[in-house]
Design a protein around this ligand. Sequence first.
Ligand code: SME
Length: 154
Amino acid sequence: MLDGDTVVATLEAERRQGASDDELMETAVREIEASEDDYDWVGIYLLEDDEEHLVLHEFVGEPTEHDRIEVGVGVCGTAVARGEDINVPDVTEVENYLACSPHTRSEIVVLIRDPDGGRIFGQLDLDSDRREAFGERDRRELRKVADWLARLFE
Ligand code: SME
């Protein structure tokens, strides 16, 4: 079961030992993915190109062709355009959806942003092969990790 505080404690310890931002993001996606059987793909996209595109950085799971997504496109780009986290219980019901894997059934995007809810730096994106895999508890624990990661970009 994902415990955001445990992931944050691991990240803090690695940072004290001098880990780079990329290494910290890699640890974050690895620890999150390992915490739940239903988390089949976990990645971090960061806003780049004058904040017009999301670019995939670290991820665990199958490689995806969607390593660069325009703001406003797909679940990922829509979360940025709306400025809010998105939980999709059933991806087959979303028109504006970019399929990374034919097995994916549900998806959650949690924004990495200033703690005051201001500037958006990127997002945690999770896919599951199970319908309705993500709930409020997942979002809450993922938010703890996202808020910690936001400090790397402030
Ligand atoms: N499904 C996402 C694209 C990213 S993959 O899930 C890794 C979307 O619709 O934006």
